[in-house]
Ligand binder design. Structure first.
Ligand SMILES: *[C@@H]1O[C@H](CO)[C@@H](O)[C@H](O)[C@H]1NC(C)=O
Ligand SMILES: *[C@@H]1O[C@H](CO)[C@@H](O)[C@H](O)[C@H]1NC(C)=O
Ligand SMILES: *[C@@H]1O[C@H](CO)[C@@H](O)[C@H](O)[C@H]1NC(C)=O
Ligand SMILES: *[C@@H]1O[C@H](CO)[C@@H](O)[C@H](O)[C@H]1NC(C)=O
Ligand SMILES: *[C@@H]1O[C@H](CO)[C@@H](O)[C@H](O)[C@H]1NC(C)=O
Ligand SMILES: *[C@@H]1O[C@H](CO)[C@@H](O)[C@H](O)[C@H]1NC(C)=O
Ligand SMILES: *[C@@H]1O[C@H](CO)[C@@H](O)[C@H](O)[C@H]1NC(C)=O
Length: 429
């Protein structure tokens, strides 16, 4: 983490503390605990509106040189600013912030193409638009480091290496009815396994690259750039809310496939956990300490936690640790996520796309699923980490392979976790 971010976080926490002290010293200001957030097992405090002073909803001074109509994407931009909220943006980058920013750009460019007939901006325009959008988002409370957090470049709005940006030309190069049929109704659960829409996008992007005047031996970068163009075109054909859902759904298929956590050196575990677990306490101590470092990295989805358990287990097995130390040391899936509150409760985000919720009274919060203790599965040789062939049926996981939307909500504990407490816990632990 950069120094600036640390500073921002530090300052934030200092202010939080001052606010808490203020709250505690004035009885009548103590927050009412709203009934719909019960049960309240672990929140150290629930502060009313401490975030509000941090929102500087200024009207930013824009370049005037960007032709995109950001007003028409107001709702998307608002959600992006919440998902990318100042200090939380790095923690939510992978799951909420950047995918939402990406969807916002894609939909905004799609809208613009209805007027201009073009699915991309030129470099000059693009620079101004990225800078303007950044100003708008920061003005609404988003992190000022979005460019580095989300790898946002001006090339994100251009054609990059894709040879076709003209809508008419695009539609003549692509079997549009086939593309629409595959993508107009995307079931976010089914799609991750069946990849019908993803394959149609790839197919369309490949067909578009064939329009290039100079063929390349390696077309992969070009195809990837054309996929963005295809998505912008798709966004014009879908209802705005449906476009967002589809794009976020497609993004989540990718997100859920990999564990985003960085695994550091495992020397302590291998030293303590080998020898047929002669020293169980030492081993579990080392495991706990290792996992507690993982917990500080990011908020992850429940399916990502499953990936992370598989990654860690596989790495441990490579170190000749054959005993299921997850089970011996009671490591659960939620142990891989950020912990909230002093009673150690992990927050795993739902595997389906979700957004941060802003509320005047409680600030930023988001929904956590799976607060119960699902033991982390120890990878076995025949099991696969793939979401589609899940090795075990974990009841509280949203059935990724099932398309029944009802299943997703049933039996899943939901908590609105106030991120404020979260940051405090991260910093103080
Ligand atoms: C809000 O932002 C504007 C422009 O960036 C700045 O001049 C002003 O001081 C800020 N207000 C607060 C309360 O931070
Ligand atoms: C931008 O979009 C808004 C809402 O759709 C519309 O009212 C406004 O006229 C548009 N502005 C321009 C310059 O097209
Ligand atoms: C911008 O483009 C880069 C490189 O193609 C990509 O990694 C990044 O995710 C994009 N960012 C957004 C916000 O779309
Ligand atoms: C870029 O696009 C804008 C608006 O479409 C246009 O006014 C400008 O002349 C273009 N610049 C270049 C270098 O093509
Ligand atoms: C891409 O081109 C192939 C071969 O011409 C065609 O069969 C396919 O339908 C096209 N797909 C799309 C989505 O355009
Ligand atoms: C065992 O783990 C502890 C930390 O929990 C570490 O300090 C110690 O060096 C480890 N022992 C070995 C032999 O690796
Ligand atoms: C694991 O055990 C095998 C066989 O006992 C040995 O050859 C290998 O070096 C060990 N690997 C590690 C990382 O200790």
């Amino acid at each position: 983490m950069t120094r600036r971010a640390e500073f921002e976080m530090g300052l934030f926490v200092v202010l939080q503390f001052m606010f808490m002290l203020y709250l505690c010293s004035s009885e009548e200001l103590l927050p009412e605990i709203s009934p719909d957030t019960s049960p309240q097992p672990f929140l150290p405090f629930i502060a009313p509106s401490p975030m509000v002073p941090f929102i500087n909803t200024t009207i930013p001074k824009l370049s005037g040189l960007c032709s995109l109509n950001f007003t028409a994407s107001e709702g998307l931009i608002q959600t992006t600013s919440h998902n990318c909220w100042t200090v939380f943006a790095p923690l939510l980058a992978n799951v909420m912030c950047c995918p939402q920013l990406d969807a916002t750009l894609t939909i905004t460019l799609g809208k613009a193409s209805k007027e201009t007939g073009l699915l991309a901006l030129n470099r000059t325009q693009s620079k101004h638009c990225v800078s303007d959008l950044e100003k708008i988002l920061v003005g609404k409370g988003a992190s000022s480091r979005l460019r580095s957090i989300c790898s946002l470049y001006s090339s994100n709005l251009t054609a990059s290496s894709c040879p076709v940006i003209n809508v008419d030309e695009f539609e003549s190069a692509v079997d549009t009815s086939k593309l629409l049929l595959a993508c107009e109704k995307v079931d976010p659960v089914k799609e991750c396994c069946e990849q019908a829409c993803q394959n149609a996008i790839l197919d369309a992007a490949t067909n578009v690259t064939l329009k290039a005047s100079e063929p390349l031996t390696d077309n992969s970068v070009r195809i990837s750039d054309c996929k963005n163009i295809v998505q912008r075109w798709l966004a014009t054909k879908l209802e705005p809310s449906q476009a967002k859902e589809t794009l976020r759904g497609l993004a989540n298929c990718k997100i859920n496939r990999v564990c985003p956590l960085v695994f550091s050196d495992m020397r302590d575990i291998s030293g303590n956990c080998s020898n047929e677990l002669s020293n169980q306490m030492g081993c579990c101590g080392a495991m706990e300490s290792y996992v507690s470092h993982l917990q500080k990295q990011a908020l992850i989805t429940n399916l990502q936690a499953l990936d992370c358990a598989t990654s860690l287990g596989t790495k441990l097995q490579k170190l000749n640790i054959t005993k299921n130390v997850f089970s011996v040391c009671h490591i659960s899936l939620k142990d891989f996520s950020l912990q909230v509150g002093s009673q150690e409760s992990g927050c795993l985000l739902p595997s389906l796309p979700s957004d941060a919720i802003f509320d005047q009274d409680s600030g930023i919060s988001f929904t956590c699923d799976l607060n119960d203790n699902i033991p982390a599965p120890w990878p076995s040789s025949q099991s696969s980490a793939s979401t589609c062939e899940k090795p075990v049926t974990i009841p509280a996981l949203p059935a990724a392979a099932s398309s029944q939307p009802g299943l997703y909500n049933e039996g899943v504990t939901r908590f609105g976790i106030f991120v404020l407490s979260l940051v405090l816990v991260i910093l103080l632990s």
